[in-house]
Design a protein around this ligand. Structure first.
Ligand code: HEC
Ligand code: HEC
Length: 376
C-alpha cells in the first residue's frame, strides 16, 4: 500500500468512521454491554464452502450470517435469481431491473418503478460493496443484514416492487419448472439433502443475499493510483480533486470515508460498527438523516440523492457549495464553500476516477441468461 493510501485510511479513522480493530472468534455473543445498542445480527466471519472472496487491497472479509455461509454454488444460484424476472409475483421484473450492473447496480431513474408501475419514493441504490454496510436502505438504521433487506423489494405492497406477496407458490412453481434451477438449489443447499429439491422462499432470499454479498470490487483508476502505486493512473486534475475532496473546507471524506467512500463499514476487522445516518442539508426537515452512500462508481449512478432530485454531479457540487437549504439538524460538516471553475473540474475529475470500468463486463457479476430471457 502506498503512503497516500495509508494516509487516506488514517484520515478516515481519525474521523471516527473506522472503529478500532477487533477480530472476533466465530462464537462471540452479540454485544450486550450498552443498553442503547441495536442488537447485532447473527453474523460471523465464516467463509465456509471454500468460497474465495477475491478481495481488493485494503478490504477485510465481510461478515456473513451464521445461517447463510457463502459458497460458489449459492452465489451462482443467487446470480441467476437476481437476473430472473420469474422471481417477481407476475414474472415481469427482476432485481436487476432496478439494479443494473452497467450502472453500478442502480437503474438511472430518479425514483424506482415497481412491477405494476408504482413509483417508489426513493432511488435505487448501488450494490457494489454493500456486504460491508452496517445497515440497509437510505432511511433506516434497523435493517442490519441483507437477508432482511431483500424481503422488502420482494414483498413490499406500498409501493409494490416485485409484488410477491401472496404469489410465493406461483414463483416457486416457476422456478421448479425451469430445468436449470433444481440442480442449482441442490448444489447450493446440499446440507439440506433431499429437501433441497423443493426450494422455498427463504432459500431464494439466502441465495440472493450471497450473490449481493459477492459484489465486491474496487478496480478504479483511484485504486490503481493508491493501492498499486501506478503513478499515471490519475490525471493531474483528479490528483488535485482528491486533495479538495479530503480538505478540511470541503470535508467530503469525513462522511464519504474509508475504502468504500461511504459511511462506517462493518467487516471481520470491525464487526461492531453501528449504523450511522447523516444530514447533508438536502431537506429543511431536521429528521432528514440518510445513510451516507458510496461514492465509488458515482459517475454511473445518477440521478443523485435518496429521491434522485439532483440530476448531475455538477448539481451535487452546487448543493454542497451552497451549504444546503436553511433548516435545523444538518451535520456539522455541511457549511458551504466556494470553488472556482478549475477546482470544480478537478473535483469532478476525482469523482469520475472512482469508476470501476470492469463492472459492466465482470463475468462474476454478469447476467447469466445468455439466451436473453431477462426482462424487466
Ligand atoms: C422497483 C425497483 C427495485 C427492485 C425490483 C429491487 N430493488 Fe433493491 N432497491 C430499490 C430501492 C428504491 C432501494 C432503496 C430503498 C429505500 O431506501 O427504502 C433499494 C435498496 C436495495 C438494497 C440496499 C442497499 C444499501 O446500500 O442499503 C439492496 C441490498 C437491494 N436493494 C437489493 C435488491 C435485491 C436483491 C432485489 C431483488 C430481490 C432488489 N433489490 C429489487 C429498488 C429496487
Ligand atoms: C455530513 C456528511 C456528508 C458530507 C460532509 C458530504 N456528504 Fe455527500 N452525502 C451524504 C449523505 C447523507 C448523502 C445522501 C443524502 C440523500 O440522499 O438525501 C450524500 C449523498 C451524496 C451524493 C449522492 C450519492 C448518490 O448515490 O446519489 C454525492 C455525489 C455526494 N454526497 C458527494 C459529496 C461530496 C462531493 C462532498 C463534499 C463536497 C460530500 N458529499 C460531503 C453525507 C455527506
Amino acid at each position: 500500500m502506498s503512503l497516500a493510501a495509508a494516509a487516506l485510511i488514517a484520515l478516515s479513522s481519525a474521523c471516527g468512521h473506522v472503529p478500532p480493530e477487533t477480530v472476533p472468534s466465530a462464537g462471540d455473543p452479540p454485544p450486550t454491554s450498552e443498553a442503547h445498542r441495536i442488537p447485532a445480527p447473527d453474523l460471523t466471519p465464516r467463509v465456509d464452502g471454500g468460497y474465495a472472496w477475491n478481495l481488493p487491497p485494503g478490504f477485510a472479509p465481510p461478515l456473513v450470517p451464521r445461517h447463510n455461509p457463502m459458497s460458489e454454488a449459492k452465489v451462482e444460484l443467487g446470480r441467476r435469481l437476481f437476473f430472473d424476472p420469474a422471481v417477481s409475483g407476475d414474472g415481469s421484473l427482476s432485481c436487476a431491473g432496478c439494479h443494473r450492473p452497467e450502472r453500478a447496480f442502480t437503474d438511472g431513474h430518479a425514483q424506482a418503478v415497481g412491477a405494476t408501475g408504482q413509483q417508489h419514493p426513493r432511488s435505487s441504490m448501488a450494490l457494489i460493496n454493500v456486504a460491508y454496510s452496517p445497515s440497509y436502505t437510505w432511511v433506516g438504521d434497523e435493517l442490519l443484514q441483507l437477508e432482511d433487506q431483500i424481503r422488502i423489494p420482494l414483498f413490499n405492497e406500498d409501493p409494490i416492487e416485485m409484488g410477491l406477496a401472496g404469489r410465493e407458490r406461483e414463483m416457486l412453481d416457476r422456478l421448479k419448472a425451469d430445468p436449470r434451477y433444481p440442480p442449482l438449489f441442490r448444489a447450493a443447499f446440499a446440507e439440506r439433502g433431499a429437501r433441497a429439491a423443493e426450494p422455498d422462499v427463504d432459500e431464494v432470499i439466502d441465495a440472493l443475499a450471497a450473490y449481493v454479498r459477492s459484489l465486491i470490487s474496487a478496480e478504479s483508476p483511484y485504486d490503481r493510483r493508491v493501492f498499486a502505486d501506478e503513478a499515471g493512473a490519475l490525471s493531474p486534475a483528479a490528483e488535485r480533486g482528491m486533495e479538495l475532496f479530503f480538505s478540511v473546507e470541503l470535508a467530503c471524506g469525513t462522511c464519504h470515508g474509508g475504502i468504500a467512500f461511504a459511511g462506517p463499514l462493518r467487516s471481520t476487522r470491525s464487526p461492531d460498527t453501528e449504523p450511522q445516518l447523516e444530514h447533508n442539508g438536502l431537506l429543511a426537515d431536521a429528521a432528514a438523516r440518510f445513510k451516507v452512500p458510496t461514492l465509488r462508481n458515482i459517475a454511473l449512478t445518477g440521478p443523485y440523492m435518496h429521491d434522485g432530485r439532483l440530476a448531475t454531479l455538477d448539481d451535487v457540487l452546487d448543493h454542497y457549495a451552497s451549504g444546503g437549504v436553511p433548516g435545523e439538524g444538518r451535520s456539522e460538516q455541511i457549511r458551504g464553500f466556494s470553488l472556482d471553475e478549475g477546482q470544480r473540474r478537478d473535483l469532478l475529475a476525482f469523482l469520475e476516477s472512482l469508476t470501476d470500468d470492469n463492472l459492466a463486463t465482470d463475468p462474476r457479476f454478469a447476467n447469466p441468461f445468455a439466451d436473453g430471457m431477462i426482462g424487466g
